[in-house]
Design a protein around this ligand. Structure first.
Ligand SMILES: O=P(O)(O)OC[C@H]1O[C@H](OP(=O)(O)OP(=O)(O)O)[C@H](O)[C@@H]1O
Ligand SMILES: O=c1[nH]c(=O)c2nc[nH]c2[nH]1
Length: 193
């Protein structure tokens, strides 16, 4: 998606440790008109797929998924929680995920009420790096007997390999920008096309 690549080039910064900072528009301050166009792009890619639910993970995927849902017939958006809460009752599907930016392991929890066998799920997230977050969401879908119809990602860091491993496993991963390389010294960012 050319618009997203241009925003990354003009507003993104490359940090040490393979971190791309795009919090001016994607995952701190949110450009909802951009999110809307990202939703439209995923709707075009996944046209013809029967999607009954969007599943994402706290925190940064939530806003993007909610805006994107409007392009999928306003299907419900469920987000996996990364902490137990007195607000979480009843049976739950749980797994654990190592968080790239927080550098620690989190529980990942979805109430059994909100993910079911028979659901056809689109996974949405802001970033795909090593694929840990998505593998966790896929595990939750498997536990529920739900079908993963596809994966919509805003920014994939292709050089970290998580996306290619998911594609090799047969998942339809639509990343709107795939960073091929980025250099914290010069700030140069290149994209895969
Ligand atoms: O492919 P991976 O290696 O799993 O990296 C991608 C994940 O990392 C970020 O989550 P993180 O927990 O770092 O931050 P967040 O709370 O802002 O979503 C991002 O939102 C993805 O969920
Ligand atoms: O803002 C972010 N920048 C990144 O490089 C990244 N990788 C995973 N999750 C991420 N979030």
């Amino acid at each position: 998606m050319q618009e997203l690549e241009e925003r990354i080039q003009s507003e993104g910064t490359v940090k040490a440790g393979d971190v791309l900072k795009v919090d001016a528009f994607l995952n701190h301050q949110c450009d909802v008109r951009l999110f809307d166009r990202m939703g439209a792009a995923w709707a075009k890619h996944f046209a013809g797929k029967h999607i009954t639910k969007i599943l994402t993970i706290e925190a940064s995927g939530i806003g993007i998924a909610c805006v994107a849902a409007q392009h999928f017939g306003n299907v419900p958006v469920v987000f996996a929680k990364k902490a137990q809460s007195i607000n979480l009752d009843g049976d739950q599907y749980t797994t654990t995920v190592y968080s790239f930016t927080k550098q620690k392991e989190f529980p990942v929890i979805v109430s059994k009420k909100y993910l079911n066998a028979g659901d056809h799920v689109l996974l949405i997230d802001d970033f795909l790096a090593n694929g840990k977050a998505l593998r966790g969401l896929i595990d939750l879908c498997k536990a529920a007997g739900a079908t993963v119809e596809g994966i919509g990602i805003a920014v994939e860091k292709g050089f970290q390999g998580g996306g290619d491993a998911l594609r090799a496993d047969g998942y339809d991963v639509d990343s709107l920008a795939i960073v091929e390389s980025m250099d914290p010294g010069t700030g140069e960012i290149t994209f895969r096309h």
